[in-house]
Every structure is written in C-alpha cells, then in structure tokens.
Design a protein around this ligand. Sequence first.
Ligand code: LLP
Length: 417
Amino acid sequence: MSAFEYRDGELFAEDVALRQVAEQHGTPCFVYSRHAIEQAWLAWDEPLKDCSRLVCFAVKANSNLGVLNLLARLGAGFDIVSGGELERVLAAGGDPGRVVFSGLGKTAAEMRRALEVGIYCFNVESSAELERLQQVAAELGVTAPVSLRVNPDVDAGTHPYISTGLKENKFGIDIADAAAVYRHAASMPNIDVKGVDCHIGSQLTEVSPFLDALDRLLVLVDDLAAEEICIQHLDLGGGLGVTYDDEQPPSPGEYLGQVRERLGDRQLSLVFEPGRSIVANAGVLLTRVNFLKPTAHKNFAIVDAAMNDLIRPALYSAWMGIDSVHPRDDRPSQVWDVVGPVCETGDFLGKDRELALAAGDLLVVRSAGAYGFVMSSNYNTRPRAAEVLVAGNQQHLVRRRETIAELFAGESLLPEA
Ligand code: LLP
C-alpha cells in the first residue's frame, strides 16, 4: 500500500486528507508519511538482519528533526557531511556511535566535535584530510576511526551532477593510490584504520555499477590483508534509485542480496548510506494553484510553490509526478506547465502535464521527501515551506513555516554616516 492514496476522490497521506493539511498549515508544505519511512527503512535493515551491519541514513536527503528522530527510534545510523548535520543528529536523539562522517572538506572544528562525541567512523577523502585528522586527534589525545573513501572509477550511469565515482569527479582517493594512503594511515599514531568506503553516485537504477565498484574494493581489501592492514567494514555508500516516473530500480533486498553473494566468506561488517531510497517516496510537496494563465503557445498553472522550495526540476531537469489532490471531472484536462512565482524561466515544477485544473486547486508534487526541503532557499525572499509528518490519522507539524521577519533578522542597516 502506498502512503499517498485516493479515497473517495481525494488524496490522503495515510489517514489524513491532504486538504486538511493545507487548511491547517497552509501551502506550500512538505508532507511526509511515517509509515512510508518505516517501511523503507525496514526494506534496508531486514535483509541484513543476520549480519554485522550499520545502515546510516544520509542526512542530506532529509534533515528534518522529526524525520531523523523517527529513524533514530528505529535504530538507524546516520551519514553526515557537516558539523551542522552532526548537531541535527544529536538534537534528534541519534546515537553518535552510529554516525559516519563523509564529505571532502571537513574542518578541524568539525573533526574535533565529531571526535568529542565519539562517532563511528570518518570517511576520509584525501591525504591532506588524513594529516589534519591525525593532528586534531593527537591534540585531543584520542584515536580517530577511519575509512578511506576510494574513487573506484566506475560509471554510475546517472545524471552527471549526481555521479561521483569517476576519475574526473572531486570525490575520494583514486583507487590506484589507495594502498599507499592506507599504509601511511596505518603508520599514524592517532589514526585507527577501520574500513573502506565508496559512493559512486545517486539515483542508480541498476545493480551492476555497485557490483563493479564492490569488486574493485574487494581486490583492495584482499591486497591490504596481505600487508596485514585489516579492513573490518565495507561501506558502499548510498545511491540506490527510486521510481519517479517509470524507472525500475532494484529493491534494497535485491541489491543487498547480490552484494552479500559477492563477499564470499570475508568477515566484513557492512555499512550503507541510503538517503533517497528511504525518504523520496515518503513525501510530497503540497501546493495550491494561484492563477491559470492560458496563452497562445502554452498553458501555465502558476502555483504557490517554486524552485526555491523544490529545485530538482530546475537543477537536474528532474521529472517529478504532479497530481491533483481532488481530480476534477467537471472540465476536460489540458496540458499545463506547472510553474512557480519566482522570476526565472527555470522556475518550473513540471512541464506538459495533463491535468484538469481550476484556480485554487491543490496539487502534489510526488517523491519530494528526498532532496526537497533540504535544498530549498529563500530566493526572492520567500519563507521556506512548512513540513508535516503524518502518522495514521495524526498530523505533526515538524517544522513551522518561516516568517518574513526571520528572513532578514540577522541583517543590519549601515551605520549612520
Ligand atoms: N553518501 C554520500 C557520500 C553521498 O554523497 C550521498 C549523496 C549519499 C550517501 C546518499 O545518496 P542517495 O542514497 O540519496 O542517493 N541532490 C541530488 C542528489 C545528490 C546526492 C548527493 N550525495 C538530487 O536531488 O537528485
């Protein structure tokens, strides 16, 4: 059962009519389903039940405290990429001992804080970062648990902006250099070599690139073992795709089954960093049609959400489903470009969508639970949307809408001349 279904001609999130959410909290508004997040989490965790594992939700995909808290209660670990994300995880009740810290530009302050709270592992992306981590750990008199993020040079077959595992990408350590960096790491007094890590891209719809990367990592793990550098865990990152339109990505279970098969009898703990596949289809962006503007060339439906709320269509030409909350049968459907009020031609949520519309209608943009609110901005001095988490027949406002006053509260006028 999908969490977002029509009942008597209107769209619900679990047992809450989206119309009610709009009445209570206004639009635009992100609406998440607790049940859908739980199911997606279980789809990752269950197939790994009998092995040593850590499934770390990639916080960048959706960092709302309510969402993180829900995942923390389910026992999730977290993949973070900044000190800010670390503080969110802690504020949401996440266990720092289940946190992996990815990202290629960690600052000394971020490293210090992560060492102080005792994270599970740093995913180190360069020799320079390793040196700095050694120094910070030495200053604190602790050892830093480390994985090297290796760039395996495989083509993830996804959008170039979200492909990360190719030689020309800025991420990770070239696999050809990895053994030397491991040797160096193993000789550092305040570095504890724990694992190997990679993340080759996002929205992958095939298993084969993951397996290609895994094969390359396993050669490295075996070579290191021959040098007495023992790798205890293997982190394959995130990247599993979801269905936006007609994509048919493998389920986590299919993917994990194939990964486990490849491991043979190696005693490696498994770490994953899924983001999109846990939250994308657990959320929608609820928006209201403000005006209809049919023209000689195009029909525009101008809605109250915009590229500042959901930038994926503008940034990646991403296709995201758009549906009416109350589909109409009192007028024929027409082809519309669903656009926002922001002053940019790129401000659209969907093009050429067949919908029967009237001004005032509510629409949802589907699959907006991942890389939705987190990528939103205040462009055009637009307050960021509210976020609501639905659980059964309850709606919880997990982030209230920003006020306009908040938008410039940190700014000041010039002093008098
Ligand atoms: N781990 C690392 C190191 C990552 O860089 C990412 C995503 C993930 C895990 C989670 O990947 P996922 O399971 O969500 O694919 N804003 C883009 C996606 C950017 C992904 C960046 N890295 C979009 O909206 O499509």
